[in-house]
Design a protein around this ligand. Sequence first.
Ligand code: SAM
Length: 257
Amino acid sequence: MRPKDRYQRLGRSARLWRRTNEEPPSYWTEALAGAQPVYGERLVHAENRWLRRWEPNRSKLGAAIAKGWTEPLPQEGERWLYLGAASGTTASHIADLVGPAGSVYAVEKSLRPFARLLRLAERYPNLAPVLDDARRISGYLGLVPPVDGLYVDVAQPDQVEIALENARTFLRERSSFLLVLKTASMGRDRSPREHLESAIDAMHRQIEVEEEIALDPFHRKHYLIGGRPGRALFRPVEAYRARPPFRNRDSRVARES
Ligand code: SAM
């Protein structure tokens, strides 16, 4: 007879599980929407709940966890902003992790995956799909409140700038920051490792990077970078507040001439 499967909660997370009687172990999130799969993943009923298998080949955050990533991660009850949600593969697992008391604002700019994201949201009441461009924050500024975490997976050449602008707008001091870096989008003139280093340099003092991990063999030339807002992230606003009263030099020139 096959031995009974064993599941254990992982780290600080109340809704992330690891199946321990296998090598390598598999990872599972507590399904918020019952026994229905989102992208063809397996479901099991264990520990008196439905668990969804987090496929590392389909999700970059799933790959990071399979490779030992533990922090930062979405926690129960938190509010997250997700940029580049596509049809919701990873967003659904984040929605599982934050649970019914948390929420995920999922921004996607392409219509086709967005239509599937909308359908997913019918089953996931804590998932709010937003059809917009993550470079155009003004489009969703009035919709998205300050968040506990930001997850960015847009696979664009300016992915770091997009992440920083959104972090500046929506994060609070102790919020979490997760950026999936697709180095293939950053040009062929440097190695993936060099692209990673230049991305970390560009975030200097704005994001205190706590952890980074290569996602191969699941996702080649991708990294996950995790951290918290640094002091310089919010500096423009602080600098603006601290500035002396506005003096228009041009008007002085105009008066003097
Ligand atoms: N994060 C998804 C997952 O793991 O399930 C996969 C995301 S896919 C690599 C990148 C997505 O980002 C695409 O669906 C693309 O349309 C979207 N995207 C790219 N640039 C964007 C932008 N500026 N604003 C919003 N979405 C964007």
